[in-house]
Design a protein around this ligand. Structure first.
Ligand SMILES: Cc1cc2nc3c(=O)[nH]c(=O)nc-3n(C[C@H](O)[C@H](O)[C@H](O)COP(=O)(O)OP(=O)(O)OC[C@H]3O[C@@H](n4cnc5c(N)ncnc54)[C@H](O)[C@@H]3O)c2cc1C
Length: 388
């Protein structure tokens, strides 16, 4: 089978329709108010869990549907078309937590955490980033020291999605700093444990209905059974997890591109200047054409990436291509969408300004554009193969 094969089945289309119906009924009516009021709706996350949205990449025995990565990308795209904030659970409940535990956890951990995460009963989070450790994951400072049958965790994490609302999370800490990145381990941490405190990051550009915050660990006792996989392999699990969470971000970027195009077309066929619809002006048409073609190209990369994962192909390179390109396109498409709506694009009465804020974030999370270009260029130049 060629690596470019993308097969969208009837089941995928049914799932897409279920997601579309859900957003129209449950998300679109409240999204603007929730964003304005910075209101996180756990209830909506639970409903998505009930519908099986987080279980596509999880086998049935752990509460998932096993429909696969393309199914996951399709649902993510549909949700992100209406709300960036509610795209986050696709990583918090599925790719960054449940799927990661499925890949690297032991049987007890899989049984204990995955069904609750997939159902949306247990809210998850992923804790890699620290004040001095962004792209450079190995520079993290959090430590975990083993004392008998538990580890003592000390340190802090920042920019953690759902820090203030999550029940549990996968956190990365040094168990042996002398081994550099080979001394990082991964822990499943109960965020209600003594010694864990969180603080909301109050002011951010967008995703207001999705709380982001800091997590502080002060002598937190983490049972030894909560070590995920083996000591010293955390860095590799984090990278493996990113291979999956990047697909969600890329699919989210396609979703917001579609929203921007729909809003631009609606506006361009209503707004009249110089006696005609602005959509009749060739320069506006050029912008619309560019937005549509680039979005379609990005979508093909994202679907190709998802289908490869469904076939069990290790595709860090193709994931970086899909993530880099789709998020870059979302940012460009958002710039054009804003221009098409002119002053009204800048108004809170139209969704365009929110779409623009949603779109910009996709470039920042799950690896910056530079990081993805480094992965791609190193592979192509033969310095470091990505799909090892
Ligand atoms: C809303 C939001 C939610 C987030 N959620 C989470 C979460 O749930 N969990 C989590 O762990 N993290 C989360 N993050 C953090 C996110 O993953 C980081 O922002 C990301 O890892 C990049 O780190 P940084 O922002 O510190 O940028 P830096 O790494 O400081 O990079 C700054 C700039 O330098 C460039 N740069 C860095 N290194 C290189 C290099 N080697 N070559 C060339 N250029 C380079 C980058 O491309 C970028 O342009 C979130 C961030 C935001 C904004």
């Amino acid at each position: 089978m060629s690596t470019y094969d993308i097969e969208i089945t009837k089941e995928h289309e049914i799932l897409r329709q279920v997601a579309r119906d859900f957003v129209e009924k449950e998300i679109r009516p409240v999204v603007d108010e929730d964003e304005r009021n910075h209101r996180f709706q756990r209830d909506i996350v639970s409903k998505m869990g009930d519908l099986g949205f987080f279980g596509c990449v999880i086998p049935e025995e752990y509460g998932g549907s096993g429909m696969g990565f393309l199914a996951h990308a399709i649902v993510t795209e549909e949700i992100a078309r209406v709300s960036g904030s509610l795209r986050a659970p696709f990583n918090m409940q599925a790719m960054g937590t449940a799927r990661e535990i499925l890949q690297y956890g032991n049987e007890e951990q899989k049984k204990k955490y995955i069904p609750g995460l997939v159902k949306g009963e247990l809210l998850g989070c992923i804790g890699i980033t620290e004040p001095d450790a962004g792209s450079d994951v190995a520079s993290l400072k959090t430590t975990a020291v083993k004392k008998g049958d538990y580890y003592v965790l000390n340190g802090s994490k920042t920019w953690i999605t759902w820090a203030t609302v999550a029940d549990t999370g996968i956190f990365y800490a040094y168990t042996d700093r002398s081994k550099k990145y080979r001394g990082i381990s991964a822990f499943i941490v109960d965020l209600h444990s003594p010694g864990v405190t969180t603080r909301l990051i109050e002011h951010k550009m967008g995703w207001h209905a999705c709380p982001t915050g800091e997590v502080f660990f002060e002598d937190v006792k983490v049972p030894a059974e909560n070590l995920m996989g083996n000591e010293g392999e955390g860095f590799f699990y984090a990278m493996g997890g990113l291979d999956n969470t990047r697909l969600s971000a890329a699919a989210g970027a396609i979703g917001v591109c579609r929203a921007i195009i729909e809003e631009s077309v609606k506006y361009a066929t209503q707004r009249k200047q110089f006696g005609q619809e602005i959509g009749q002006f060739q320069m506006v048409q050029e912008m619309i054409a560019r937005m549509v073609v680039e979005t379609e190209a990005a979508r093909l990369l994202v679907y190709r990436c998802a289908c490869e994962k469904d076939r069990g192909v290790k595709n860090t390179l193709e994931t970086s291509m899909a993530k880099y390109y789709s998020c870059d396109v979302a940012s460009r498409v958002a710039d054009l969408g804003l221009l098409i709506l002119g002053a009204y694009g800048y108004s809170g009465e139209y969704p365009m300004e929110r779409y623009l804020r949603d779109a910009k974030l996709y470039q920042l999370i799950e690896g910056s554009p530079n990081i993805h270009k480094i992965i791609i260029a190193n592979d192509v130049l033969g310095y470091k193969k990505a799909n090892r």
